[in-house]
Structures are given as C-alpha cells and as structure tokens.
Design a protein around this ligand. Structure first.
Ligand SMILES: [Zn+2]
Length: 396
C-alpha cells in the first residue's frame, strides 16, 4: 500500500510573531480546514501524524549551542535584558521575540523530522507533508526572514544519521531564495540544493545568483534559477519542466525534499511574481513524476512562504490532492467560504479553488517586447542548466 502522511497539530498556531506580522499561523488552520471539507483527510491512503518537539541534540546538528540557548532564554523571558537579540537576528522587525518561541520552533523541526522519518523508514509511505515547515532562511546562529530554526536542515541532518552517505536532493520553489539551506550545505555534495525564486536583484534575501554553485567538494551541487518579476505560469512551467527532471535524473538522489512556498502568487503582498493558483497543481504533478522516476519514490514536502490567507490553503490543498492522486473540481465548499468571510474579512473572498492570472497575461499581451525579453531570459536559464549545471552533476 502506498500511503501519504500529513503532519499536523493545532499547536502550530503557537509559532506566532503577533498580529501585525505577515506570517500568520491562521493560514495553516484554514489549510487543514479546507483539506478536511474537501474530504482529503478521510482518504484511505492518508494518515495524519502529530509532531513532537525536536530535541536539543537534533537542533545542535544545525544550530550553534549558543544560539539555541539564547532562543531558549528569550522564549522563557522575552524581556531578558542581558542579551542583545539583534546579534542573533531577533527583535522588532522580521523576527520579533515572543514567549514560547523555542517550543513553537522546535515543534516545527520535530514535524519535519517525522515527515522525513515516515518516508525513509516506513516502506508504506512514499510521501509525507509538513505544511508548517519550510523555514529555509534560518542560519547556524541567526534567525532570518521569519525563520528561527531551520526545520529543513534539521530534518536533512536527521536523515543523514539514518544512512551513511545518503544523497538528498533539496528543491525550493518559494519566491525567496532558499539561502539558509544552501549555505548550510554549500560544501556538501551529498545534499544537492536547487532553488527557483524571484531574483535577488529585486527581493530578499538578495542571494541565489547563477554563480552560487557550491564550494570545495560541494562545487556544482548548489543550483539557482533567479526569475524575473512577473514571470507567468506558462513561462515558469516551461523552464521547470525543461530543467528539474534532468537535474534529478542526473543526481539520482536517495530521497527528495521539497520546500513548497507559494508566495510566488501574483497578488502576494511581499513579492512580485506572476503565478496563479492552478500552477501549483502542475508543479505538484512534475514533482510527483520526478520523485517516482528519479528519487526512489521518496518525497518529503514542507510548506514555506505565502502571505495571502485565502491563497495558501487553496494552493497546498492542490498539492495534497495531487499527492493523493485526487482530481478536485474547481469549487470551494460553502462552509469554507463562510469560514474565510468570518476569519479573513480583510481579503477578497474567493469562490473557486483555483484561478487565472489575467493581470500578468494581459500585461504580456499588451507589451510583447517585455514578453520577448522574459522568454529570452528564461531560455538563457535553460541554457545555463544544460551547459553549466548538468555536465558537472555526477552522482557524488
Ligand atoms: Zn518566501
């Protein structure tokens, strides 16, 4: 039997930087609710698991003991006066300090460990998804971009303890470059990192250029696809389908790990990309096929960015449906629409599961020279992949 694991708990709500912060945990609750109302959660091949806290030892494989201690202290007493939190990326702004942040962050790491463990150790499971994970910006001794602990790196290190020389492919489709994960494994040929993101020329964190290819033994095992703002569904899918299957085929990992940030949506308040929701179904299909063909049919998925509360649940529901091989109709349950109206009155209410992005399509029709420039740019990325990335990508 081929099963899919979903790692979920209402305790995810505790990873909360406050009312004014763009990363709102409500999106996870509404994701679970939509999955439930569309009957994905009573699917016989789906099993739901509660996460546990990652241990200090598990966190220490990625983060410095000093940083872990600081997070722990501030978590207990956010007003601890002897610590300068800014040195560690914490404080007002992107990563405000909040009571209980140690436990809330360790829980998300533990959830990604459980997802990795299910896929690696339980032969019944080919896919597991932790929608709360994907905190890809966190660094060894520093919080960054809403990420306190790097659950992805913690779960990858956990996999490394299970099999000597395990080879892991990490694919990141978040709108922001997957910098934390890239730098943590920059010298490691056993962890291939591949990131598709809005170019760092226009967006935080600024890195992710095509020249960042890894260092020392890891040279050739960090790949980056910096995209132009307003890249459309059609343009992205052409690039994605022309590159990721070949990359994964060449590397042939033991397991695939994906970060599924959906802040590439055209109306996302923090970014400038041009995707509509239907693209996430197509991306999911490509990833699933690649996992089956080139990654030993082992796929660990985590969430990531996405700052419209009405968009994230629909996008991740499409991902889960594809994992379960379910074709959903383009409809939303009335009860979920009611919930959205009550909980998210400040966003436009959606009535369909997926949408089109007429804004970007019309823009590209209106300005053919812009469309041509984008097409040429994307073709140059395909060329870099074929001429520079693929030839050096041997099985490490
Ligand atoms: Zn992001």
């Amino acid at each position: 039997m081929i099963k899919v694991g979903l790692i979920y708990t209402d305790e995810y709500q505790k990873y909360n930087f406050g009312k004014e912060h763009p990363l709102r945990p409500l999106r996870l609750k509404l994701t679970y609710s939509l999955m439930e109302k569309l009957h994905l959660l009573d699917n016989p091949i789906l099993e739901i698991f509660s996460p546990r806290l990652a241990t200090k030892q598990e966190l220490e494989r990625v983060h410095s003991s000093e940083y872990i201690e600081i997070v722990k202290k501030l978590s207990k007493n956010p007003n601890e006066s002897t610590i300068h939190p800014y040195i560690y990326g914490l404080g007002p702004g992107d990563n405000p300090i909040f009571k209980g942040m140690y436990e809330a962050s360790a829980l998300i790491c533990g959830a990604s460990i459980i997802a990795a463990d299910k896929v690696w150790n339980d032969e019944n499971f080919t896919i597991a998804f932790n929608p709360a994970g994907g905190l890809h910006h966190a660094q060894k001794s520093k919080a960054s971009g809403f990420c306190i602990f790097n659950d992805i790196a913690v779960a990858i290190h956990y996999l490394k303890t299970l099999k000597k020389d395990i080879r892991i492919a990490y694919l990141d489709i978040d709108c922001h470059h997957g910098d934390g994960v890239q730098w943590l494994f920059y010298n490691d040929p056993k962890v291939l990192t591949v990131s598709y993101h809005q170019s760092g020329k226009y967006l935080f964190p600024g890195s992710g250029d095509v020249n960042e290819i890894g260092d020392e033994k890891g040279k050739g095992y960090s790949l980056n696809f910096p995209l132009l703002p307003d890249t459309s569904n059609k343009m992205f899918m052409k690039l994605f389908r022309r590159t990721i299957p070949k990359i994964l085929e060449a590397y042939s990992p033991d397991i695939l790990f994906t970060q599924l940030g959906v802040d590439t949506y055209f109306n996302d308040p923090l970014t400038q990309m041009g995707f509509s929701i239907s693209i996430y179904r197509d991306i999911a299909q490509t990833i699933k096929t690649c996992s089956r063909n080139y990654c030993q049919n082992k796929w660990v998925a985590v969430g990531g960015g996405g700052y419209l509360i009405t968009v994230v649940p629909r996008a991740w529901t499409l991902f889960l449906a594809k994992m379960l091989d379910i074709d959903l109709e383009n409809k939303l349950p009335d009860s979920w629409i009611k919930e959205i109206k009550e909980q998210v009155p400040y966003e436009d209410t959606p009535y369909l599961l997926w949408d089109r992005n007429d804004k970007t399509e019309l823009l590209l029709l209106k300005y053919p020279e812009v469309a041509k420039k984008m097409l040429d740019y994307n073709n140059s990325l395909i060329k870099i992949c074929e001429e520079k990335y693929l030839p050096s990508l041997t099985k490490a």
